[in-house]
Design a protein around this ligand. Structure first.
Ligand SMILES: [Zn+2]
Ligand SMILES: [Zn+2]
Length: 194
């Protein structure tokens, strides 16, 4: 009995140790790790406060049923967490933030100062700093059949790149963003994507 217990504890510890050595994905991407993001494309879904329907010209006609939600769908080659930060963070005077993402040029995840991208009004309105973003989701929300990374980038020198391949990868990522947006819309939600 005691030996069995000891045996089980040993297996648990071993598993934990192995998991540490192996890959630990994040909540939003199977290939990203907390301290080492993957260089691939990601999709994400942000739930927005319903007030965005009245406060802005959000593209939705009619009265949104109470059991439906408002979403923004995006795609990025940053980590989903970093992109959400860019969407929602308070912007300091120099309009820059710390990014440690591996965009293909930062494989060691060093801290790089980057300029915030243009704000998306429906997520974080500039005029009055109105934050409509409520919660961040991976693209498998409601069992949608999408997982991160959505598009795996071919590594330079792998023999898998060709002229225009980076453009094609980025286009594919945008197509997946659109497909997610359209599926959410077909479920009756109010959805915007770029
Ligand atoms: Zn990733
Ligand atoms: Zn980043």
């Amino acid at each position: 009995m005691f030996v069995d217990l000891l045996h089980n504890i040993c297996i648990l510890l071993l598993r934990r140790y192995r998991n540490k050595g192996n890959h630990m994905s994040t909540k939003y991407c199977n290939s990203c790790e907390d301290d080492a993001t993957c260089p691939n494309f990601h999709a994400y879904i942000i739930e927005l406060d319903r007030s965005v329907l009245d406060e802005t010209n959000f593209p939705y006609e009619g009265e949104l049923p109470l059991d439906k939600k408002v979403f923004y769908v995006g795609q990025t080659n940053h980590s989903v967490e970093c992109r959400y930060f860019q969407h929602t963070a308070h912007r300091s005077e120099d309009n820059q933030y710390d990014c440690t993402c591996n965009l293909g040029v930062n494989p060691n995840n060093k801290i790089v100062r980057r300029s915030f991208p243009k704000r998306v009004t429906y997520v974080n309105r500039k005029r009055d700093n109105m934050l409509f973003a409520k919660e961040l989701f991976a693209p498998n929300l409601f069992n949608l059949n999408y997982n991160n990374p959505t598009v795996i980038k071919a590594l330079p020198g792998s023999g898998l790149t060709y002229i225009g391949s980076a453009k094609d990868e980025s286009k594919k990522s945008e197509e997946i963003e659109t497909a997610i947006g359209e599926q959410l819309r077909s479920m009756g939600h109010a959805v915007y994507w770029n």
